[in-house]
Design a protein around this ligand. Structure first.
Ligand SMILES: [Zn+2]
Length: 496
C-alpha cells in the first residue's frame, strides 16, 4: 500500500501566492533595446524572481525608474545595466567574487543580453554539422558550454540569483517565492519508458509493409536477442518494476512522471529506433489505473518521428489519453529527438495543447543544456515570441552517471549531487530522467543502476528543502503566475 501523497501545490496556497504577487509593487523599468527577445528575457527574469514589472515609456523624473537597460548617460535609476552585444560570461561573478551587497547598482556587464544568449541557445549558433550526432543532438564536446568549462554550472541561475540579491539590496523589493510550502528548489523525477517488457518485440510482425530494410533488420536483431534471453530464462518481468518504483518514491514523499510511448515501432510513422511495446495491452491499462490512483503522472514519450509534424504529435497524445483515460500535460521525445529545427518541434507542443516539454538536455553529458536550471517558455525566433508550452530542463539521466561518466569513482552520484547543490543554492528546478528498467534493483544487468537510483532518492529525501515531485505537479503550481502572456505575447515592446 502506498503512502498517501501530500499535495504540495495546494489550491489555497496557489491562490494566496498569486494574490500576493498581484498586490506587490512592480519594478518600473526602461529598456532601450527594441528587440522582442529582450522584452521576453526581461519578463522571464521578473517572473522567475516573483516580481511584477511595468515598462516605462520614456525616461521619467529622477527617483521613478528602478531599472534602466541602455547606454544613455545621465539616466537616474536604482539599477543600470549596459547593452553590449558580446557579453556572455561574467567570470568574477561565476567565480563567486561579486557581491550584490557591495554593488553600486551600475553594472559593467550586460547580464540581460548574456541571459538571452544562453536561453535562446545563441551561444551555440552556427556550429558545423559534425558538432551534431546522427540524431541531430549537439555533442557536448563541441558546445560553447564545454569550451567554457560550464558543464555543471548553470550560469543563468547564477545571474538570476545575483539579480535577486541586487534588486533586494538596491530597490528593497522581494518577489514571491517560486516554490510552494517554503521549499527552496525543485527536482522533477521522471522515467522514460523505453523497455518495460523483455519479450515485447516477439509480438511485432517480422514483415511490415512500407518499412525499409533498416527497420526489418532492427526488428530481426531484437527478436534474435529476445529468443536468446528466453533460452537463458531471463525473467519476463525483469523490467516491469513500476509498482516498486512508485512505492520507493512514495515512501520518501515523492512523485514522478512516467513517459510512455503511445505507438510501437510497427506504427506507420514509427522508425526502427522506436519501442516494442503496445500500450493497448491489458497490463498497461491496469498499470495506468494504478499510476493515477497513486497520484503519479502519465506523460507522452513522443516517437522518434513525432518531430516531423504536429499531426503526428497530436495523434500520439490523443491515443495515450484514450488508452490511459487521462489528460496528458507533458511530453519528452524519445531519443530527445527534436529534428533539424528544434524550435519548430517545440512550437508543435503549443499547437497540440501540451502544457510542458522536458526534452532539452545534453545527450552525452550531465549538466545544463542551456546553462539554466529553471522553468522557461522557449523563445520561437521565427515568430518573434515565446511559446506557451513550458520547458523543464533536464540535467541528468541514468546513463550520464553510470555509463558516460566514470562509474568506478567512489561516489557515482558525486556530479549529480554537485548539480543538485547548485540548483538548491540558486532556487532552481532541474529534472532527472531514470529509465523505468533502471529505477529499481530487480536483477539483471541494470541491478547497480537500480541501487544507484534508490541511493539518489535517499540523498534527495535527506534535504527537506528540496521539493521532489512529478513534472505535472510542478506545472500546475507554476501556471498560477507564470502566465504565458508575460513572456512576450501580450507584453510586446512599443517599438516592435
Ligand atoms: Zn526513449
Amino acid at each position: 500500500m502506498l503512502i498517501k501523497q501530500e499535495d504540495m501545490a495546494k489550491p489555497q496556497e496557489r491562490l494566496d501566492t498569486y494574490r500576493l504577487y498581484k498586490q506587490s509593487r512592480p519594478v518600473r523599468y526602461l529598456s532601450e533595446d527594441p528587440a522582442p527577445v529582450t522584452e521576453y528575457v526581461l519578463q522571464w527574469i521578473f517572473q522567475t524572481l516573483g516580481l511584477r514589472s511595468e515598462q516605462v515609456g520614456s525616461v521619467p523624473a529622477a527617483g521613478v525608474l528602478d531599472l534602466y537597460y541602455g547606454n544613455r548617460k545621465g539616466v537616474t535609476a536604482g539599477i543600470k545595466i549596459p547593452i553590449r552585444e558580446t557579453d556572455v560570461l561574467w567570470d568574477a561573478l561565476i567565480k563567486g567574487k561579486v557581491s550584490a551587497a557591495d554593488c553600486s547598482g551600475r553594472l559593467d556587464f550586460d547580464i540581460i543580453g548574456a541571459i538571452a544568449r544562453f536561453i535562446t541557445d545563441k551561444v551555440n549558433a552556427g556550429l558545423p554539422l559534425q558538432a551534431y550526432d546522427p540524431h541531430g543532438r549537439l555533442l557536448f564536446a563541441h558546445s560553447f558550454q564545454a569550451k567554457a568549462g560550464l558543464a555543471t554550472i548553470p550560469v543563468v541561475n547564477l545571474y538570476i540569483s545575483f539579480l535577486r540579491e541586487l534588486i533586494a539590496a538596491r530597490l528593497g523589493l522581494v518577489g514571491v517565492p517560486l516554490w510552494p510550502s517554503g521549499k527552496t528548489c525543485a527536482i522533477g523525477l521522471s522515467h522514460d519508458v523505453d523497455v518495460p517488457e523483455v519479450y515485447a518485440v516477439l509480438q511485432l510482425p517480422s514483415y511490415c509493409r512500407g518499412k525499409g530494410l533498416s527497420w526489418h533488420l532492427s526488428v530481426a536483431k531484437r527478436k534474435a536477442k529476445a529468443y536468446l534471453d528466453w533460452i537463458r530464462k531471463v525473467d519476463p518481468e525483469q523490467y516491469w518494476c513500476f509498482d516498486q518504483i512508485m512505492e520507493e518514491e512514495a515512501k520518501r514523499g515523492f512523485k514522478s512522471t512516467f513517459f510512455f510511448s503511445a505507438v510501437s515501432r510497427a506504427c506507420k510513422w514509427a522508425s526502427g529506433f522506436d519501442v516494442d511495446y503496445d500500450i493497448t495491452q491489458p497490463q498497461y491499462r491496469q498499470l495506468f489505473k494504478r499510476i493515477k490512483a497513486n497520484g503519479f503522472e502519465i506523460g507522452l514519450h513522443a516517437s522518434y518521428n513525432a518531430c516531423r509534424s504536429a499531426d503526428i504529435l497530436a495523434a500520439e497524445k490523443r491515443r495515450l489519453e484514450d488508452v490511459a483515460e487521462t489528460q496528458v500535460l507533458g511530453v519528452r521525445h524519445h531519443f530527445w529527438h527534436l529534428g533539424t529545427d528544434p524550435e519548430q518541434t517545440l512550437a508543435f507542443h503549443e499547437q497540440v495543447g501540451l502544457a510542458y516539454d522536458s526534452s532539452l538536455a545534453w545527450r552525452d553529458s550531465i549538466g545544463f543544456r542551456r546553462s539554466l536550471a529553471l522553468p522557461f517558455y522557449p523563445w520561437w525566433s521565427s515568430a518573434r515570441r515565446a511559446l506557451s508550452a513550458l520547458q523543464f530542463p533536464m540535467f541528468c539521466m541514468d546513463a550520464h552517471v553510470l555509463l558516460f561518466d566514470t562509474p568506478s569513482r567512489e561516489d557515482p552520484l558525486a556530479r549529480l549531487k554537485e548539480c543538485t547543490r547548485i540548483i538548491r543554492q540558486t532556487g532552481g528546478l532541474g529534472v532527472i530522467d531514470w529509465h523505468n528498467r533502471t529505477s529499481f534493483p530487480k536483477g539483471g544487468k541494470y541491478q547497480t543502476w537500480g541501487y544507484a537510483y534508490l541511493e539518489l532518492l535517499d540523498y534527495l529525501a535527506s534535504d527537506p528543502e528540496i521539493w521532489v515531485t512529478d513534472l505535472g505537479s510542478a506545472y500546475k503550481w507554476l501556471e498560477s503566475w507564470l502566465q504565458k502572456s508575460h513572456y512576450g505575447q501580450d507584453h510586446q515592446h512599443s517599438g516592435c
